[in-house]
Design a binder for this molecule. Structure first.
Ligand code: HAM
Length: 433
């Protein structure tokens, strides 16, 4: 039968998953299920199609515009689910209202958002989703972060970090000046999109005082990996706002408990971090993989959604991991480690006083998966290089005093017999070329 060529392709943003893509999806799904079982989360299966109003309620303007919305044959306005949280919250507000708390629920499946297709962004994608209902205590937030970390470890992902913040800090500064929730939501959306100046302008027009605007601006510049330093900067910035201080205390407690539990997750604490979804009330986080500019997961605390759905006051916190993006990250990391292993590198310090630098560079390259030999016999560069040929070395990194002062080294390709001066931060890419 004849079929026009455009119909032989998948609809834009929709994909067929074949070979490794399909295998990775099922591999991650299996690991996600294993982690749900180990942490005591019970699976729930909710429909793909829900009432538009339910899904749209707290999704945030940006996501709302990207929903697949249609009228069914009965004239109902329905939509394809863009996330699991609203559906699971509906369950908790209705059929599972009397289920004992804490209630831990897991879902996995496909979701639909009319996003602009690009690397890691599709119109049909998968999430592994975990929700914990019934506790407003930091222990619950810590469990969700720890569980997320366990899943990432379980699938073998490397070099990832958590970006964490607390929307309670930002919102309480805005509430202090009586700014309505709707306007707060727009400001959070703008912060999510990194449109900081417009966000501050919107806060000003909505009635933020000069001192609140200054405080917000200070907060937006506070971030770092040394969480105790960042937390004390946040305390200092919000010291005249009692509710913001309380929220900062909550964030501090979560981080302290996470570390006390030896969860070795790499944290980047960012005071100005907000997410586009409107239901968040406390902790918010996203997971990033180094070298990939998109989040592989995200979540946070949302203590008022169940109430909005008529289920009474039920605090909640949850996380969703993007299966497709995890799969991309795994593929990328596997390729890099396979390709890295084809390279064999020698690192030579020109003088023994530079050995420490050479040592650091070797370790940095090993972390990227390269096989690295370090010159440990204090031979001259020329002797070490002639020996390198015999040992199957493909690249030599020569650490000299002149170059190192500018954070550079000499990179020599042993096969092509060429060399160039390369910034240390670009060494990996140059070796991979
Ligand atoms: P989200 O940040 O909108 O959060 O989505 C979570 C993850 O889903 C993202 O980090 C990303 O990996 C993946 N994702 C989102 N959109 C796409 C897309 N167009 N293509 C591929 N992957 C995508 C939520 O959905 C919240 N419901 C998470 C949550 C659960 N908060 C509390 N509980």
């Amino acid at each position: 039968m004849w079929l026009a060529s455009e119909f032989r392709r998948t609809v834009r943003g929709m994909r067929d998953l074949i070979n490794e893509e399909a295998e990775n999806l099922r591999f991650i799904e299996q690991k996600a299920r294993k982690v749900s079982r180990l942490y005591g989360y019970k699976e729930v299966v909710t429909p793909l199609v829900e009432h538009y109003e339910l899904l749209a309620a707290k999704l945030g303007e940006e996501n709302r515009r990207r929903m697949f919305v249609f009228e069914d044959l009965g004239g109902r306005k329905v939509a394809l689910r863009p996330e699991f949280t609203a559906s699971v919250a509906r369950l908790v507000a209705t059929k599972m209202q009397s289920a004992p708390r804490p209630l831990r629920l897991f879902s996995i499946g496909s979701l639909y958002r009319y996003d602009e297709p690009q690397f890691g962004r599709y119109r049909e994608f998968w999430q592994a989703n975990y929700e914990l209902f019934g506790s407003n205590k930091s222990e619950a937030d810590v469990e969700i972060l720890a569980l997320t970390n366990s899943l990432l470890k379980e699938i073998g992902l490397k070099s990832y970090f958590f970006k964490v913040g607390h929307v309670g800090i930002l919102r309480s500064i805005l509430s202090h000046d009586g700014i309505a929730e709707e306007q707060q939501n727009s400001i959070m959306q703008l912060l999510d999109k990194k449109q900081v100046d417009i966000a501050l302008e919107t806060a000003k027009n909505a009635g933020s005082s000069k001192s609140s605007l200054d405080t917000l601006e200070t907060l937006l510049n506070i971030k770092g990996r040394q969480s105790d330093v960042v937390i004390s900067e946040i305390y200092e910035a919000v010291k005249s706002y009692s509710e913001a201080l309380e929220a900062a205390g909550n964030l501090s407690e979560i981080i302290t408990m996470l570390k006390a539990g030896c969860v070795d997750a790499d944290l980047l604490v960012e005071a100005g971090f907000a997410r586009g979804l409107e239901y968040y009330t406390g902790l918010v986080f996203e997971v990033f993989v180094v070298d990939m500019d998109i989040a592989v997961g995200g979540g946070g605390r949302y203590d008022r959604l169940i109430e909005l759905f008529g289920g009474g006051q039920v605090p909640a916190v949850g996380a969703a991991l993007g299966v497709d993006r995890l799969s991309l990250a795994l593929q990328k990391q596997r390729q890099i480690s396979q390709r890295s292993e084809e390279r064999r590198i020698l690192v030579v310090a020109v003088e023994s006083s530079l050995f420490g630098q050479a040592f650091k560079i070797s370790n940095m390259l090993r972390e990227k998966g390269f096989i690295v030999e370090l010159e440990v016999m204090r031979r001259s560069v020329s002797k070490a290089l002639s020996d390198a040929d015999r040992r199957g070395i493909t690249h030599a990194v020569i650490v000299g005093s002149k170059e190192i002062k500018q954070n550079m080294v000499v990179l020599r390709s042993m096969r092509e017999r060429t060399q160039e001066i390369v910034p240390i931060e670009h060494l990996f890419e140059r070796i991979m070329q």
